[in-house]
Design a protein around this ligand. Structure first.
Ligand SMILES: *[C@@H]1O[C@H](CO)[C@@H](O)[C@H](O)[C@H]1NC(C)=O
Ligand SMILES: *[C@@H]1O[C@H](CO)[C@@H](O)[C@H](O)[C@H]1NC(C)=O
Ligand SMILES: *[C@@H]1O[C@H](CO)[C@@H](O)[C@H](O)[C@H]1NC(C)=O
Ligand SMILES: *[C@@H]1O[C@H](CO)[C@@H](O)[C@H](O)[C@H]1NC(C)=O
Ligand SMILES: *[C@@H]1O[C@H](CO)[C@@H](O)[C@H](O)[C@H]1NC(C)=O
Ligand SMILES: *[C@@H]1O[C@H](CO)[C@@H](O)[C@H](O)[C@H]1NC(C)=O
Ligand SMILES: [Cu+2]
Length: 591
């Protein structure tokens, strides 16, 4: 099988040891017979098999509302429900112990993970965020949301806003034009690693049927030391920081107590579970004892269902899976692992990370065999988007990563894009410059202009052969991208015949393999300033990012809430001048 061979090449090159377990895979399943699914040819885009008035239910998950369904081209069409869901977030500094080890955390509404945002496809989401911290700004990014026409709601300090100063409140409001599973997190240096994280569920149609929606199951590697302290060390050391644990749904055991997360299953029912890596440094591998996953969405993109016994998620990625609770009524372990073997930094508790799946009425632990997790830092292969797209074949522009440890005496670590580490100015976000008509950008803003309207944009990110041999989860704001090619330990040759143009993987986060490259394409259909970065906070803090300034001339006419740049920037400047007159940690990009 082609994909199997490719994945193995990536793995063997990344790691010097031999994997005992096969790479997770799975044939494309035939459509469930419960609904009139039809496979679609490349030329066919019209809705099929969903009569008007068909309602979403356990046997018709492809149906939705107002004439929309799983067959609706979600890139261009969505329901307008006229409904707004509203949340109030207050961010505080508090002591908590998610795995039994007490530490200072920065959390939302006193809870960790933060409140889950739940909405229907087409709803507006409105979140009032109050910063009740003493010594940090903040801002919330809604991972994966395309923010079409609402760039100023993207929540990135130094790019789309001045950070929210202590004591201040701002409102984010945007439409859920996509559906599926995601998460939000603060986007103020490495801050989210201290706990400002939560899940997002946008209810919509699905490519396979299920009875019960279990909601989100977030995973994150976890440090017992406050994240700004870990980052300050990472900026002056070589080698990745060592995480202490992994939290599953916000909890785990440790030498100091803690507990395993428990997820309840109803015997005989099919359950939708939304897996999210809300983490920091580690790739997450999962497998459920005695069960397979039927995977139906990757990030915010519905896919042709396939089965897998284990899945790998980089930081930021999501998989929606269906679990059929058709096994004997018992408790089953969810086995959770990290990439390991130096591809993502070690995790002290890697061997003991689990959670429990409890069939209602179960009295015993299942004796089904344990799941062997493959390890490694890579993306799942074999993903086929349900909506077919053909991308025109063109030559990508090059972005080269680099790495330096410079600044005599300080051993400062910086990741570079085309020779520069990104560094933003919190007092002068890109969007403010655009509104002011200032088109002078500093080199360190790593700004790439993207001009033409609705054209395909092609980029290859090439890892310099002198950078540490690490893979990186690349995330683009404001767009999903199409993954046209990737390879580990390889130089992009310019041979565009290699590119996959026929229904390539579409998602918002993809792995750039170690000392290799990743070729991406997206359509310039969303004017704004959009960050693209490694989602490992230590790496983007050390410079691994760039911004696409897309169709700059149209931006001022599109933004509806320019007042945020007046009030928010004025109070931010006062705060920064008073509390950080000499700037922040040397070498921290602010992202
Ligand atoms: C959180 O509280 C601790 C202890 O009082 C303090 O040192 C730290 O600066 C606070 N963090 C922020 C972001 O205000
Ligand atoms: C954020 O607060 C922490 C203390 O919790 C402090 O160490 C760090 O320097 C602050 N960083 C910024 C960018 O405000
Ligand atoms: C995660 O934890 C929350 C809070 O305890 C719980 O309501 C939810 O059901 C859990 N999710 C899963 C999938 O187990
Ligand atoms: C597992 O337990 C069941 C009884 O619950 C028993 O019938 C079966 O033989 C056991 N299987 C193994 C592999 O031990
Ligand atoms: C324009 O923006 C740049 C980069 O942020 C800044 O250095 C410069 O001072 C700005 N110019 C004016 C006239 O405000
Ligand atoms: C990629 O190119 C660089 C610079 O020319 C070279 O040093 C390196 O060995 C090449 N890598 C591979 C895998 O061919
Ligand atoms: Cu990285």
């Amino acid at each position: 099988m082609a994909f199997f061979a490719k994945a193995c090449v990536v793995l063997t090159i990344l790691h010097s040891f031999v994997f005992a377990a096969a790479v997770p895979s799975g044939p494309i399943l035939p459509r469930t017979p419960d609904v009139p699914w039809k496979s679609r040819g490349l030329s066919s885009r019209k809705p099929q098999g969903y009569p008007t008035g068909c309602t979403n239910g356990p046997k018709s998950r492809g149906c939705w509302v107002d004439g929309t369904s799983i067959d609706t081209d979600f890139h261009r069409q969505w329901p307008n429900t006229g409904k707004t869901v509203t949340y109030d977030f207050e961010i505080t500094n508090t002591t908590m112990a998610p795995d039994g080890v007490e530490r200072l955390m920065l959390v939302i509404n006193g809870q960790y993970p933060g409140p889950t945002i739940e909405a229907d496809w087409g709803d507006y989401i409105k979140v009032n965020v109050k910063n009740s911290l003493e010594l940090n700004g903040t801002g919330i990014h809604w991972h994966g949301f395309r923010q079409v026409g609402t760039n100023e709601m993207d929540g990135v300090g130094g790019i789309t806003e001045c950070p929210i100063a202590p004591g201040e409140t701002r409102t984010y409001e945007f439409q859920a034009i996509q559906y599926g599973s995601s998460w939000y997190h603060s986007h103020y240096s490495v801050q989210y690693g201290d706990g400002i994280v939560g899940g997002i569920v946008i209810h919509g149609p699905a490519t396979a049927n299920y009875d019960i929606d279990l909601g989100l199951l977030p995973f994150t590697d976890w440090f017992h030391t406050p994240i700004f302290t870990v980052n300050a060390a990472a900026l002056h050391a070589t080698g990745p920081p060592i995480a202490d644990n992994v939290l599953v749904n916000g909890t785990m055991t440790s030498g100091s107590g803690g507990s395993y997360a428990v997820t309840n299953l109803q015997p005989g029912k099919k359950h939708l579970l939304r897996l999210v890596n809300t983490g920091i440094n580690n790739w997450i591998h999962v497998g459920l004892q005695g069960h397979e996953f039927t995977v139906i969405a990757a990030d915010f993109v519905p896919i042709e269902p396939f089965t897998a016994s284990t899945l790998s998620l980089s930081v930021g990625q999501r998989y929606d899976v269906i679990i059929d609770a058709s096994q004997p009524v018992n408790d089953y372990w969810l086995y959770v692992g990290v990439g390991g073997n130096r591809c993502d930094g070690p995790n002290t508790n890697a061997a003991n990370i689990r959670s429990i799946f409890h069939y209602e009425g179960a009295k015993h632990q299942s004796n089904a065999s344990a799941v062997t997790l493959p390890g490694g830092c890579y993306d799942e292969e074999g993903i086929v988007p349900y909506h077919k797209n053909t991308v025109p074949r063109k030559v990508p522009k090059e972005l080269n990563t680099g790495f330096t440890t410079t600044a005599a005496g300080t051993n400062l670590v910086q990741w570079l894009i085309n020779g520069e580490p990104i560094l933003v100015d919190f007092t002068r976000p890109t969007l403010k410059n655009v509104i002011d008509g200032n088109d002078t950008f500093n080199t360190k803003e790593n700004l790439f202009t993207v001009g033409d309207k609705n054209e395909w944009q092609y980029w290859v990110i090439q890892q310099d052969s002198t950078t540490p041999p690490l893979p990186h989860p690349i995330h683009l704001h404001g767009h999903d991208f199409f993954v046209l090619d990737h390879a580990a330990n390889a130089n992009w040759t310019g041979d565009i015949s290699r590119l996959k143009m026929d229904n390539p993987v579409r998602r918002d986060t993809a792995t750039l393999p170690a000392r290799g490259y990743l070729v991406l394409a997206f359509e310039s259909d969303n004017p704004g300033a959009w960050l693209m970065h490694c989602h490992i906070p230590f790496h983007v803090s050390a410079g691994f990012g760039l911004q696409f300034l897309e169709r700059v001339d149209e931006i001022p006419g599109i933004l509806k809430h320019t007042e945020i740049f007046e009030d928010q920037c004025a109070s931010w400047k006062d705060f920064q001048t008073e509390f950080y007159p000499n700037g922040f940690e040397l070498g921290d990009s602010g992202l």
